[in-house]
Ligand binder design. Structure first.
Ligand code: C5P
Length: 229
């Protein structure tokens, strides 16, 4: 379903804003993303509310800790009935495997891994994270680790979608860093337009501010759907 390809990031701490978005997108959009900002503000009750409005949910909490802690956390999160949950691939193979085992105790949803944040540049990778490999090599290596650990896919920038699908089969790619033509880049560095991301084969794209901060969020969302159709 084409609607499932566009996941709207509902990033806010303001309950009135969240309720406005729920009303605005209810019956229009099918998939939303709840990240740390909204989850830490509103907790699991927000997820129940979204489910009662028939939204599919990507819970973007990017877990990264010792395997035991991530295992227990994913077990708890698995009870919330979300459709996609994620962990950081940087936590390593053992952590991702532990995450999946914990998640599977209560959930058949997808578990995916963040490769490198779309706000990270090649310079930051080298100078601040002290990773000497290129961004492409790092992202592909992390994605291969995620596949080996049994995960369903990755979060990657739109610039790495093709590389991942060429090397790993039956894998979902969820890509933030999408900016429709004329939209501001904000803090995203590795970006493409929605149509370019679809042409490269992404299975889902996450779009936040270009939709939620636009003067007409519903119309902006519908325009993006039309563009990729
Ligand atoms: O507003 P914008 O379209 O930049 O929102 C992108 C969303 O995707 C944000 O919620 C951000 O936390 C998330 N994200 C990201 N890069 C990743 C993983 C998630 O930008 N690698």
């Amino acid at each position: 379903m084409i609607k499932d390809k566009v996941i709207i990031a509902l990033d806010t701490q303001d309950e009135k804003v969240m309720n406005r978005w729920i009303e605005e997108f209810s019956g229009v959009a099918s998939f939303v993303k709840i990240g740390m900002e909204a989850y830490y503000s509103f907790g699991p009750q927000l997820l129940q509310k979204l489910k009662s409005h028939q939204f599919k949910i990507f819970l973007d909490l990017k877990l990264h800790d010792i395997p035991h802690t991530v295992h227990k956390s994913c077990k708890t999160l698995g009870k919330l009935g979300v459709d996609i949950l994620n962990v950081h691939a940087a936590g390593g193979h053992e952590m991702m495997k532990a995450a999946l085992e914990g998640y599977r105790e209560h959930s058949q949803g997808k578990l995916i891994a963040v490769t490198q944040l779309t706000s990270t540049t090649s310079e930051q990778l080298k100078d601040e994270l002290y990773i000497s490999k290129t961004l492409d090599e790092t992202v592909l290596g992390y994605a291969q680790n995620a596949k080996k650990a049994g995960l369903d896919g990755v979060v990657c920038s739109p610039l790495e979608i093709e590389l991942i699908h060429q090397n790993i089969k039956n894998f979902i790619t969820v890509t933030p860093g999408i900016r429709p033509l004329n939209a501001r880049a904000d803090d995203q560095k590795r970006i493409l337009t929605p149509i370019e991301a679809i042409q490269k084969g992404c299975t889902h794209m996450v779009i936040g501010r270009p939709i939620t901060q636009s003067p007409h969020p519903k119309q902006t969302y519908l325009n993006i759907l039309e563009e990729i159709q």
